[in-house]
Structure formats: structure tokens, C-alpha cells
Design a protein around this ligand. Structure first.
Ligand code: NCD
Length: 328
């Protein structure tokens, strides 16, 4: 029988091997051991950024980015992450200037870009597009958002932020508010949170509820979850308030969007009136429209800019892991 130490080393080698060369398409592929491995590499990356500032473990490697939809944080932080690790970037932030405008297929576009790069990040408006693109590729593809489907790197950085802020995820009450129907970041985030002992409160207008199949997954994982339209009814018990934007671009009917816009606004006054905990945190993947009033920005509970910084850190960890250089 192998010793516990040898078994641990074996498990950590298997987890390391699991990341190398892997497409990051869905958080459903992650289990607690993979998450723990990612968080430990994130901590290593944070130390590099806060210490030397950068390193050269990805020297000679090229990241190609392919964005069919607008992006500020995902696109910029992946690029910054690659530079911080000593690698280089070929960025396509507007496919209108590429052969996509001439009608080139997704398959041909990604197979061409693969010839110039070692790893790719793609954002695309269609659910399932990342899985489809990955089926044509030998280099790892990271899903930077596929329509209203998933946004794994955002959810991983969100989970890391919760872990980083509280030193744990177990035992927390996490309230997710806004557009839970179309918000891909929260679709991915709850699939990560189901591995921990958390209570989830879903707050949204009735027509923007968390999709039923996801709620059923959480039920099967025996997670405590509630649904309400009233944010003030759950704010007092909340440790993490995760706020989302109403996803205007996903609505077919403009009137439906108008019905939802402005449903929830978190302000300092709202937090005070509803006895929000002094040590809770407020997160948002950004961009915000009006869901969090700017007076919250100076409150120590506003974690969204720390969350963005963790975006670069987590993406450094992901790039190093899929390229097999996290232990270099
Ligand atoms: C999110 C997205 O694109 O899904 N943004 C991001 O990547 N930080 C959230 C949003 O657009 O509302």
C-alpha cells in the first residue's frame, strides 16, 4: 500500500497532468481537487505579481485571442496575464476586420490561428461555440464566454476571489441578484459553488430566474437554495452579494428588457437600511449599468475591483496550467 504522502504526490501529479493541454470550456469539468490546485497556483501567481511583478515561464509562447463579442476585462486581463508570464499575444478584438467578414467559418478561422499560437481564448455569441471550436483544435482553447452559456474563467476568478477574501468558501451565504436567466457568469459560478457547503439565494424578476436545469443540478448536489424577487429579504444574512447586469444584448423583445432594467440597485443607503453585515462583500463581473450605485465604490465591502485584479491572477494561473508550466 502506498504511503499517504506518496498518494498525495500521485494525486497532485494527476491533477497537474489533467490541466496540461486541456480545453477550458465548462466549469462542469472541475472537481474540488482541480479547484484546490487552481487556487494554489493563483496564490503563487499573486506572489509573483506582488513581488517581482512578472516572470518568464511562458517565454516563447503565443496566446491568440479571438473575440466575436465586445470585452474589456476578459480580453485585457488575458493579454496582461500572458505578458506577466513572459509570453506574447496575437489579439483579434474585432472580427469585422478579419476574414470572418468575408464569411469564413469558425472551423477555418480557428484552424488558421492555431498555426500561429500555443493557446487560444475565444468569445462568441452562440451557446456551444467554444466546444465546437475546440473540436477542431489541438492547442488548448479557453472559453471567454459562449453566448448565454458559460464563462468559466470569470467564474473561476470569482470563486478564487471568495476564497481569497474569506479564506474559505464553505459555510457562506451567497446571494446572486439580477439577470440569472441570461447571465453566463452566474451559470458557471453556481456550478463551481455546488462543490462547497454554501447557501445560495437567487434574486431576480420572475421572468429572469436561474434556469431550471441548473437549479436541478444544485438540488441533486443537495445545495440549500432559495428564490425570491425581494433582495431586502435576504441581504441581512448575506456574506457575498454577487450583482449582475441585465444582459440587454440577449433580449429579443426590447420591452422585456425595459421591464427588467433598474429592478435592483445596491447603494450604501440600501445596505444600511437592511442591516447588511459589516464583513460581507459585494462582487460584480462588470460592466455595471446602474445595479451598484457609485457611492458603494469607497466602501470596504466593495470587492469588485479586487475581483478584477484577481481576474489577471487567475488567468495567469490558467495559462500556466494548460501550457504545463505552473511548476516551472
Ligand atoms: C461578463 C460577460 O461578458 O459575460 N463580463 C465579463 O466578462 N466580465 C458580464 C456582463 O457582460 O454582464
Amino acid at each position: 500500500m502506498s504511503s499517504p504522502k506518496r498518494q498525495k504526490t500521485q494525486e497532485s501529479k494527476e491533477t497537474t497532468d489533467w490541466f496540461q493541454g486541456r480545453h477550458i470550456i465548462s466549469v462542469k469539468d472541475f472537481d474540488p481537487a482541480k479547484l484546490a490546485r487552481l487556487f494554489s497556483v493563483c496564490t503563487k501567481m499573486k506572489n509573483i505579481v506582488n513581488g517581482e511583478g512578472s516572470c518568464d515561464i511562458l517565454k516563447g509562447k503565443i496566446l491568440c485571442t479571438l473575440f466575436y463579442e465586445p470585452s474589456t476585462r476578459t480580453h485585457m486581463s488575458f493579454q496582461a496575464a500572458m505578458y506577466k508570464l513572459g509570453g506574447q499575444v496575437l489579439a483579434m478584438s474585432d472580427v469585422k476586420n478579419s476574414s470572418v467578414a468575408k464569411g469564413e467559418t469558425l472551423a477555418d478561422t480557428v484552424r488558421s490561428l492555431e498555426c500561429y499560437s500555443d493557446v487560444m481564448v475565444m468569445r462568441h455569441p452562440q451557446i456551444g461555440s467554444a466546444k465546437k471550436a475546440a473540436s477542431f483544435l489541438k492547442i488548448p482553447l479557453i472559453n471567454g464566454g459562449d453566448g448565454a452559456g458559460e464563462h468559466p474563467s470569470q467564474a473561476l476568478l470569482d470563486a478564487y476571489t471568495i476564497y481569497d477574501e474569506f479564506g474559505k468558501i464553505d459555510g457562506l451565504t451567497i446571494t446572486i441578484v439580477g439577470d440569472l436567466k441570461y447571465g453566463r457568469t452566474v451559470h458557471s459560478l453556481v456550478q463551481i459553488l455546488k462543490h462547497y457547503k454554501v447557501k445560495l439565494n437567487f434574486v431576480s424578476p420572475d421572468f429572469l430566474k436561474m434556469p431550471e436545469d441548473i437549479q436541478n443540478d444544485l438540488k441533486n448536489a443537495k445545495l440549500q437554495q432559495t428564490n425570491t424577487t425581494d433582495l431586502s429579504s435576504v441581504i441581512k444574512e448575506t456574506d457575498v452579494l454577487y450583482v449582475t447586469r441585465v444582459q440587454k444584448e440577449r433580449f429579443e423583445d426590447e420591452n422585456e428588457y425595459k421591464k427588467a432594467a433598474g429592478s435592483y440597485v445596491v447603494s450604501v443607503d440600501f445596505l444600511e437600511k437592511n442591516n447588511a453585515k459589516k464583513d460581507m462583500i459585494i462582487m460584480h463581473p462588470l460592466p455595471r449599468v446602474d445595479e451598484i450605485s457609485t457611492d458603494v465604490d469607497d466602501d470596504p465591502r466593495a470587492a469588485y475591483f479586487r475581483e478584477m485584479r484577481n481576474g489577471m491572477i487567475t488567468r495567469m494561473a490558467l495559462l500556466a496550467l494548460v501550457l504545463g508550466r505552473a511548476d516551472a
